[in-house]
Design a protein around this ligand. Sequence first.
Ligand code: ATP
Length: 317
Amino acid sequence: MIEVEHLHRRYGRKQAVVNVSFTVRRGEIVGLLGPNGAGKSTILRILAAYLPGTSGTVRVAGFDVGRDSLEVRRRIGYMPENNPLYLDLRVREYLKFRARLKGLGFRRSRLRADVVLEQCGLTDVAHQMIGTLSKGYRQRVGLADALIHEPELILLDEPTIGLDPHQIRVFRQLIRDLGREHTILLSSHILHEVEMTSTRVLILNEGRIVVSGTPDELRLRMAGGGQVVAEIQAGRAELEAALENLAPLQECVLSPLDDGYWQVQLTPRTVVDLRPAVYELAVQRQWKLRELALRRHSLEDVFVQMTRGEEEQEGWE
Ligand code: ATP
């Protein structure tokens, strides 16, 4: 659905996007995550054919964003960060107007307006002035606008910014529901946001993609797969020797517990989940095992590590 190759964008001397390449398959919900100024809005604007890249190729559904921008615009629904709306129009009126602007016929505009009103939970406020709506409802109008022409791809720039926690939950659910039938690329600087909605995450820093993967993959890549914590009843020396033979370890910490049990904290050097090996070991040696867990890193750990600074990112992509 999206193919971006070696995309660069400069604003004067400022390099906002540097050699960015990525693809998004149909049906994915991909989160573009990065701190302020990372280049998220610039990438979305380029994909929406609002802004040209300085160099590189960008295709949406096989169409080049520069050469076939009308074909691209027909296939995308774009909700920009500040979601500009006509405050003195009523919701349904506005949506019909937007549908007409996007080239839909008179009857189809009315039909589609009713469908998206329902889809975005706006039916009750269909005849209300947009200027009298709360921020959450205005965001829903922006989303309804992005959906009105039945686009295949939806681009959402910081869709939940400024919403209260309740509205955020409603909006996230809307995004997940839309993801069943659409491809979605959304940007956010909030980790939890992306974790809750996206099937895949691209982390952007200073205009570059520093890492990508599913939220689970990213957590697993941190500190070589995450720390395994186990509680095992065994002799200390025997336990220690056996654990050190399991895999190359960064750290192995044993702490005494009650009844001859040891709490074991194992941090592997490579990307590996050590739980099956620890279980096998306990079975072979007939040790009692009463807890075995993988302490996953939060996406926040990954984000902080990835966006900390050039010199500390070595070995990460
Ligand atoms: P935010 O989360 O703050 O919106 P972002 O990740 O969306 O940030 P962009 O808005 O794409 O980042 O901006 C990337 C960089 O390009 C920033 O340093 C920004 O100041 C700069 N920039 C963006 N638009 C322009 C412009 N029109 N002229 C000059 N510099 C710009």
